[in-house]
Design a protein around this ligand. Structure first.
Ligand SMILES: Cc1cc2nc3c(=O)[nH]c(=O)nc-3n(C[C@H](O)[C@H](O)[C@H](O)COP(=O)(O)OP(=O)(O)OC[C@H]3O[C@@H](n4cnc5c(N)ncnc54)[C@H](O)[C@@H]3O)c2cc1C
Ligand code: SF4
Length: 337
């Protein structure tokens, strides 16, 4: 690991001052739980000059609050405490499940929500600097995965420059529930739809988000629509524990008898970014939710999928995952308080 400057400001105001007064124009890299960042620094993939540890400053943004209409999750809340929170589990099951099915208990105790949504891809070529060709790590260097081992790579949202998968789980739950994200930075505070946080790779796969330099994720804001309590996260992986998704579906459905009043769907393990399946949602709306409708919706979600040499199976797997998730959601027993 290369030497770096380490700062631990006590407040968010101090974080901003530390950035303004920094001798280098390069924005600082933030540290939260450290479970992604420290790994990547040890591997030599990320080599920040300055690391600003947010653990003290972020403590005001670690709360879980629900007022009956909106759930507010602080970006510095730990994955485990949100997964285990009784209100989250009962009223937003897709959130609790996406977190409890991720990583391991030790990691979930350490890792924060903000760090989770900003985790980097697990593409093996990205994580190993001895591979020269990786446009995400070294812009303009090429992409070793295109002609390499790409079984785990994406089939949706890729570009000729990068076919990496976005691997997190929680982001799909946020997408499906139409969450917003509150950001704070040198220019003040702003709120954007969570769906606008991640960028497709296009020609600049190294630019992964729409965050401005020095901006920090403070809160996630999730509306409690009628679909939130009938929601679930189905994660398919190579082994049943401590593994990333090969395919996953976050679904949230509001039903009027057998008929879908509203449906929100996000797919994971399959796309370059957390992926909202708008085509499937349009097919489901006002339809009876049975296997035939779910299959049509799933087929529509993958109409634009582009397989790589080793991952064509992901299209069929993704479709089956979504059908199963939708049928499970239809048969869920939902509490009406
Ligand atoms: C072995 C292993 C298995 C895993 N399995 C899964 C899995 O199955 N599913 C899954 O979803 N995840 C999985 N993960 C990823 C894990 O969940 C993430 O590493 C973790 O959530 C990151 O959170 P953190 O607080 O440790 O972030 P950090 O490592 O501290 O930060 C991650 C990134 O986010 C930035 N950052 C952090 N917080 C903020 C903020 N508030 N504002 C702006 N920038 C910020 C940092 O600068 C850094 O770039 C796994 C990780 C490991 C090591
Ligand atoms: S898929 Fe993306 S992250 Fe992986 S080697 Fe290619 S450019 Fe790098």
């Amino acid at each position: 690991m290369r030497p770096f400057q380490y700062l631990q400001p006590a407040t968010l105001a101090d974080v901003i001052v530390a950035q303004r007064e920094a001798p280098s124009a390069v924005p600082a890299t933030f540290l939260a739980g450290g479970t992604t960042l420290i790994d990547l620094m040890k591997l030599g993939v990320m080599q920040p000059e300055r690391v600003v540890d947010l653990r003290l400053a972020g403590s005001d943004f670690a709360q879980i609050r629900f007022d009956g209409a909106t759930l507010r999750l602080g970006a510095f809340a730990r994955m485990a405490e949100v997964a285990d929170h009784p209100v989250v589990a009962a009223s937003f099951p897709v959130i609790a499940q996406s977190l409890s099915l991720a990583a391991s208990p030790q990691l979930r105790n350490m890792a924060t929500l903000g760090g989770n949504v900003l985790q980097r891809t697990r593409c093996a070529y990205f994580r190993d600097p001895t591979w020269a060709a990786c446009n995400k790590r070294t812009p303009g260097s090429g992409c070793a995965a295109v002609d390499g081992a790409n079984r785990q790579h994406a089939v949706l949202g890729t570009s000729s420059q990068c076919i990496a998968t976005y691997h997190g789980d929680f982001a799909q739950a946020l997408m499906a529930l139409d969450a917003s994200v509150v950001l704070g930075g040198p220019a003040g505070t702003r709120t954007i739809p969570f769906a606008a946080l991640h960028r497709l790779p296009g020609n600049t796969p190294h630019v992964e988000t729409t965050l401005h330099p020095g901006e920090i994720i403070l809160d996630f804001v999730i509306p409690a629509g009628p679909w939130a309590s009938r929601s679930l996260y189905l994660k398919i992986r190579d082994r049943q524990s401590y593994e990333y998704a090969v395919a996953s579906a976050a679904v949230a459905v509001a039903m009027n008898g057998d008929v879908v009043a509203d449906a929100r769907i996000a797919l994971g393990g399959l796309a370059a970014v957390p992926w909202r399946a708008h085509e499937a949602e349009a097919i489901l709306r006002d339809a009876v939710l049975d296997e035939a409708t779910a299959t049509r919706a799933a087929e529509a979600s993958f109409a634009a999928a582009v397989p790589q040499s080793h991952n064509a199976f992901k299209i069929a797997l993704g479709r089956d995952t979504l059908v199963r998730a939708l049928l499970q959601a239809a048969s869920m027993e939902v509490r009406h308080d």
